[in-house]
Design a protein around this ligand. Structure first.
Ligand SMILES: Cc1cc2nc3c(=O)[nH]c(=O)nc-3n(C[C@H](O)[C@H](O)[C@H](O)COP(=O)(O)OP(=O)(O)OC[C@H]3O[C@@H](n4cnc5c(N)ncnc54)[C@H](O)[C@@H]3O)c2cc1C
Length: 277
């Protein structure tokens, strides 16, 4: 839609060109959310496209995803044979409720900065132990784990004008095997629960990442795969009964049930005692 409040669109070739941040400014990535509703308090868009950040950089240390990387570009990434978690990228890209336009225009960084509970790029990058690099307007870059970046529904740690530059996925996390469970109330609808378990190859650990059912990602680390009882208790200890996200995409009680059910399926899959999907 036309944004009637916008009076200027800046197209910097370097983020340093935006030295002074004003209250009406907004970074523009794919624009799929920004242009989906009126932005009454925004008068200036700052287009990130001209920064020309390489979308993806793979190295022995892991995968560097530029905030401006399109979701479609990430989905097309093949990785190397020893990165067993690469198929999780496709699982999470497919978990987004999106049209052709969103698929091809929305950026990974835009999805994370939106900080919606059902933000599928948040699910992906937090499960793979991603670390965000943030560029404040008036300070040195800082690093924040994705799991700590989102602080609530549509809330995160970004300060005014702070830019999400990239997300680093460590090679150790990419090499892990994983189990994925997700559902939504409607076909291709917004996720009601998206839960991922990862496990170091030839080890017995478990890292459980709970998203969509809760306002912000919850991660529970086990040194060895827990029993069903231990898992249930650990989840209840981390998420209070009223800590589940209640919205039109599912009641809190429903999401609590899904979280317990899927987490147990993941536990069984990664302990080798259950049927693989
Ligand atoms: C019809 C529809 C359905 C949707 N369904 C889902 C869904 O199921 N799950 C889901 O997660 N999302 C959903 N979304 C939201 C979707 O996640 C966003 O539209 C998209 O991911 C945002 O990416 P973008 O690159 O287009 O961001 P933009 O629209 O350009 O920006 C989004 C916000 O992030 C800020 N921003 C963008 N990049 C940066 C950066 N690098 N640093 C700091 N701030 C930045 C912008 O200023 C803006 O506030 C839906 C949106 C629509 C319109």
């Amino acid at each position: 839609m036309n944004l009637s409040t916008i009076t200027e669109v800046k197209r910097p070739s370097s983020a340093d060109e935006i030295a002074h941040w004003k209250p009406g400014y907004a970074w523009l990535a794919g624009g799929t959310w920004l242009f989906s509703e009126q932005q009454w308090s925004t008068d200036t868009l700052i287009d990130l496209d001209g920064l020309n950040w390489p979308a993806l950089k793979a190295s022995s240390a892991g995968l560097e995803i530029a905030a401006t990387c399109r979701i479609a570009e990430l989905q097309a990434f093949k990785g190397t044979a020893d990165w067993a978690a690469i198929p999780l990228i496709t699982e999470c890209c497919n978990a987004l409720l999106m049209s052709f336009k969103i698929w091809n225009m929305a950026s990974v960084g835009g999805n994370i900065c939106m900080s919606l509970p059902a933000g599928a790029m948040i699910s992906l990058t937090s499960a793979l132990e991603g670390v965000c690099t943030l560029w404040p307007r008036d300070g040195l870059p800082r690093q924040v784990p994705v799991v700590d970046f989102v602080t609530g529904n549509h809330a995160n740690v970004l300060k005014p004008g702070e830019l999400l530059r990239s997300i680093h996925l460590p090679a150790t996390a990419l090499a892990k095997r994983f189990a994925f469970r997700r559902t939504s109330l409607t076909h291709i609808g917004r996720s009601a629960a998206l839960i991922v378990g990862t496990q170091t190859r030839n080890a017995r650990d478990l890292l459980l990442t709970i998203t969509a059912a809760v306002p912000r990602p919850i991660q529970i680390r086990f040194e060895k795969v827990p029993t069903a009882n231990e898992l249930r208790h650990a989840i209840d200890a981390r998420i209070a009964q009223d800590g589940y996200f209640d919205d039109v995409h599912g009641s809190a009680a429903y999401k609590r049930h899904l979280t317990a059910h899927f987490s147990e399926e993941i536990r069984q899959e990664l302990s080798g005692t259950g049927a693989s999907r």
